[in-house]
Design a protein around this ligand. Structure first.
Ligand code: ZN
Length: 229
């Protein structure tokens, strides 16, 4: 009997199968590259994709722990890029805390995947997000600041995320989220969602109002206490 495939070997085999299936299918999403990625939060493989239908030019990646192809109930987190939070440690939002908690949780089980989606500032881009911060500094909340700039509250799309999950070949997913819209968009794009895993972290003095706005104005399933701790 041959040795079982490592997660990296399984993903490389999946990439080859997608390449073969994509012959004559110009719109097909492909896996562009796979490598091991040990992190301070746990062991992952990093997977880069090429999606001809995503014309944004953004390079999205998946961090995959364990074997996910054909597996049911794979825990999945869709994380949208937040340069100020994820990389620079901003306390204006909870993005980095959510990212770190998700990576720790996903790597602690048999399998899981985090999609790191390059849609900064809820899809409005970095400079516009900073403009929105400037408006928030004058008293607007995060929703009204986006509206003032001519954007919707949330411009993010999870169409490419759904195609990435289908490219990985997951059987069904349990989505780590407080945002019902993420689940709906995945289902609308052909992903079988078998459940939701709540992903709420304790608020801090800096992000309490931001989290309250998410809860009361953006439909997130949060329970931020109204009183200061
Ligand atoms: Zn953020």
């Amino acid at each position: 009997m041959s040795a079982p495939l490592t997660p990296r070997q399984a993903l490389q085999r999946r990439a080859q199968a997608l390449d073969a299936a994509a012959q004559g299918v110009p719109d097909a999403i492909r896996i562009a590259a796979v490598a091991d990625l040990p992190t301070r939060f746990g062991d992952f493989c990093i997977v880069a994709f090429h999606d001809p239908l995503d014309t944004s030019g953004r390079e999205h990646v998946a961090l995959v722990h364990g074997l996910v192809e054909g597996v049911q109930d794979v825990p999945v987190r869709l994380h949208s890029e937040c340069l100020t939070g994820d990389a620079l440690g901003s306390l204006r939002c909870d993005c980095r805390d959510q990212l770190e908690a998700a990576l720790r949780l996903l790597s602690s089980g048999p399998c899981g995947a985090l999609l790191y989606l390059r849609q900064e500032g809820r899809g409005i881009g970095l400079a516009n997000k900073i403009k929105a911060y400037a408006l928030q500094d004058t008293g607007l909340d995060t929703v009204d600041a986006n509206l003032r700039l001519g954007f919707r509250d949330d411009e993010r799309s999870y169409t490419t995320a759904a195609r990435m999950l289908r490219a990985l070949g997951v059987g069904s997913v349990r989505v780590l989220t407080n945002n019902p819209n993420k689940i709906k968009q995945l289902q609308d794009n052909g992903v079988i969602v078998s459940g939701r895993l709540p992903h709420a972290l304790p608020p801090t003095a800096h992000n309490r109002d931001y989290l309250r706005t998410k809860q009361h104005r953006s439909g997130h399933l949060l329970d931020v206490p109204d009183d200061e701790p």
